[in-house]
Design a protein around this ligand. Structure first.
Ligand SMILES: [Zn+2]
Length: 101
């Protein structure tokens, strides 16, 4: 488990100095609206019966990737002075906890 403070003292390249930045945990974005070109192709190919070529198997991501118990953490730092945002990535962990200072 990783404990992350809500505010971090980090360097802002835009302001050129160290400032106390707000920390927010990034969540996985949901796809808005329609499907991708590959997803559309896959849907068409999956119709009917017989050998569906490479679409006969489930994608690797659903079988192999699911075996990993931990996830990488992406944090978003916001500078209070210029309002710019930076991404800070953390190593793999099972659980993330935000602590108030
Ligand atoms: Zn700044």
């Amino acid at each position: 488990m990783v404990k992350i403070p809500e505010r971090m003292f980090k360097y802002c390249p835009h302001c050129g100095k160290h400032v106390e930045m707000k920390v927010k945990q990034e969540k996985t974005a949901r796809r808005k609206g329609g499907m991708s070109a590959t997803a559309r192709k896959q849907k068409l190919r999956r119709r009917g019966y017989g050998n569906l070529g490479k679409y006969s198997k489930r994608p690797v991501t659903q079988t192999k990737m699911a075996s990993k118990a931990s996830k990488k953490v992406d944090l978003r730092l916001t500078c209070p002075e210029c309002g710019k945002k930076w991404v800070l990535s953390y190593p793999r962990t099972k659980r993330v906890e935000m602590i108030k200072k």
